[in-house]
Design a protein around this ligand. Structure first.
Ligand SMILES: [Zn+2]
Ligand SMILES: [Zn+2]
Length: 204
């Protein structure tokens, strides 16, 4: 399930090609522009022509049944869409539902209210790319907008504790101090939000 055409979100598919695994018909779920991008640019088009992957078209806000009691639904989010649109996913299980938004420019640009959305979901995996302004020396951070973790915490702090506890920040840049145990990760936890760690499992 592809969110968008930025480096960390689709380039791993190269390993499905003839040079490495040489897979056959691996289902790849993509939105219309993402599908078009893969089909019309090298080296991705070869994955299509050799049937290493089989692209399944997704539609905005249209849920896909994965198994009995398991559904996934893509929804568009604002992001620097140079090559493709960008989506987040809602994953709906029998007992629990997950919101997955690894990339979004800023919460204010979204047509939904993250504060409301969290109250109607069980687990929220949210863009935590950068902790705060000034994290990248010599880069204009307005060119690569993400909601800073400090901004997200400010927006979501009025939620009650059980709702804040649903939030797990993900998708950290290497510059993000929250990836280490320390002041940033302690502050996140003391505000009753969470820092996601590799290998976490969320039963649905
Ligand atoms: Zn991105
Ligand atoms: Zn990303």
């Amino acid at each position: 399930f592809l969110t968008h055409a930025h480096m960390g979100h689709y380039t791993g598919m190269l390993h499905l090609g003839r040079e490495v695994m040489g897979t056959q018909d691996i289902p790849v779920f993509a939105m219309p522009k993402m599908k078009e991008f893969l089909e019309s640019n090298s080296p991705w088009d070869q994955l299509v022509s050799l049937n290493n992957i089989e692209i399944q078209l997704m539609k905005n806000d249209k849920e896909i049944k994965l198994a009995d009691g398991l559904f996934i639904e893509p929804f568009l989010v604002p992001h620097r869409d140079e090559y493709s649109e960008t989506v987040g996913f809602k994953i709906i299980g029998v007992n629990k539902s997950v919101l997955f938004i690894p990339d979004i420019d800023k919460w204010e640009k979204w047509d939904q209210d993250i504060f409301q959305v969290i109250q109607h979901i069980d687990i929220a995996l949210l863009d935590g790319t950068f902790y705060s302004q000034g994290e990248l020396p010599n880069r204009d951070m307005s060119e690569i907008p993400h909601p800073f973790i400090v901004e997200s915490m400010e927006t979501l702090y009025p939620l009650n504790t059980p709702n804040r506890n649903k939030v797990h920040f993900i998708h950290f840049n290497h510059s993000n101090p929250a990836i280490k145990i320390g002041t940033a990760s302690n502050l996140i936890r003391s505000n009753r939000f969470n820092v996601a760690r590799e290998g976490m499992i969320f039963p649905l």
